[in-house]
Design a binder for this molecule. Structure first.
Ligand code: PLP
Length: 405
């Protein structure tokens, strides 16, 4: 409970923190623990721990049923899944990506010496701006990788049209977007392929894990070979260059168990999202991103945009205040891939073409949600934000900064 009457009661100024234990963004959802332990015992009894085991096969099958995608190929994590897809799809030279994404999207290209060409985003959707994509195409461009940031799909129609017109591969980093839909069709069915992440922080997790979803038989076949050292049929028969991208059986069992609770996870995320929305609705300059409720969404991210002029306080200050109260809100994505190495050194002026990205990286933050957070905890977090905003001038003076005019 946050019962502060005075600014000096805030933990950042010496008051007791609102929470005894840290509340993290992306605290893992655990499905039915007993079922998971049964499955892990079964794995140990069988002594089939990896190499396309029964649980990984079941997870792939159930993911295909869930998304409707013809092929879902499990991988050890989302980053390797992206690397496999990029390699198998023949992207070389340059590929267009947003800078407003997790660094893995860019690294998956650069790891293979493909240049990530950073494109600006639409400030309303936080996703690639198709018009700007077109302006960045060169004779070396072979692909576009859109990211469905926060699980809100890119403008898939426009990107598909550009990719077709210029004969480019089109892939989506759908790490955030399992369970979301675009024009009623599940994510997992667009572009040449889409990649999911099941990292521990994702609302459906396999401890670590990822998958490539595609309706392209040839591409699926190639990725399956590549993720298993290029082994074809039979022992000792390597027919392709490959790596080790396999998911192990405990991860498969975690995925199968998690999928049994996915509806519940989404319901809880939606309830939390609405709770934050109601409690923060009237705060000037503090806006929760909206999801298109005519589509399916997973609501796994509670994202605020802070307009410093209207709120009287900025994103970094709110994050600092929350951290002191043990609410580990994140500046996500900060500072943008183009500001991180090696890209900052390779492209020191990239920011000039990324004005919307630069603004977003200063305003956006993410708050804890998921099954590990209770309604009264959400209320407390909202009360802290409200209190800080309503007392912004005093708060800022104490933080040693000038109040906004
Ligand atoms: C947008 C995005 N792409 C890629 C990844 C990488 O996935 P993984 O952590 O499973 O390698 C993540 C998250 O971790 C992500 O948020």
């Amino acid at each position: 409970m946050f019962k502060s009457n005075q600014v000096s009661d805030l933990a950042i100024f010496g008051g007791p923190p609102a929470f005894q234990e840290k509340l993290h963004v992306g605290r893992p959802n655990i499905g039915d623990r007993d079922r998971l332990l049964e499955r892990i015992n079964d794995i140990l009894d069988r002594r089939w721990l990896s190499n396309d085991g029964l649980y990984v096969q079941e997870f792939e099958r159930k993911l295909s049923e869930f998304t409707g995608a013809k092929h879902c190929i499990a991988a050890c994590n989302g980053t390797v899944a992206l690397e496999l897809l990029i390699r198998a799809s023949g992207i070389t030279g340059e590929a267009i990506v947003p800078s407003f994404t997790f660094i893995a999207t860019a690294h998956a290209l650069q790891w293979q010496e493909i240049t990530p060409v950073f494109c600006d985003v639409d400030p309303k959707t936080h996703n690639l701006d198709p018009q700007k994509v077109e302006q960045l195409l060169t004779p070396r461009t072979t692909g576009i990788i859109g990211v469905h940031v926060w699980g809100r799909p890119c403008n898939i129609e426009a990107l598909t049209e550009i990719a077709q017109r210029h004969n480019l591969m089109l892939a989506f980093d759908a790490a955030h977007a399992l369970g979301a839909s675009y024009n009623g069709t599940a994510i997992g069915n667009f572009g040449d392929a889409e990649v999911f992440s099941f990292h521990a922080t994702k609302f459906l997790n396999t401890f670590e894990g990822g998958a490539i979803a595609t309706n392209n038989d040839e591409l699926a076949e190639k990725i399956r070979l590549m993720k298993n050292f290029g082994f074809g049929n039979g022992y000792d028969n390597v027919i392709y260059i490959g790596t080790n991208g396999k998911m192990n059986e405990t991860c498969g069992a975690m995925g199968v168990t998690g999928l049994e609770s996915i509806g519940k996870f989404i319901d809880v995320n939606y309830r939390n999202y609405k709770h934050y929305r109601e409690e923060l609705a009237d705060l000037p300059g503090i806006q929760l991103i909206v999801y298109d409720e005519a589509e399916r969404n997973n609501y796994q991210y509670v994202i605020l945009e802070i307009d410093e002029e209207k709120a009287g306080i900025n994103r970094n200050e709110i994050v600092q205040i929350l951290h002191a109260e043990n609410v580990m809100a994140r500046r996500y994505f900060y500072p943008g891939c183009h500001q991180m190495e090696p890209y900052r050194s390779y492209f020191p002026n990239a920011g000039l073409l990324l004005p919307e990205t630069e603004k977003l990286t200063q305003k956006v933050m993410s708050l804890p949600t998921g099954t590990a957070i209770a309604g009264d905890e959400i209320s407390t977090i909202c009360q802290i934000i409200r209190f800080a905003q309503q007392n912004s001038a005093d708060v800022r003076t104490r933080m040693g900064q000038k109040p906004t005019a």
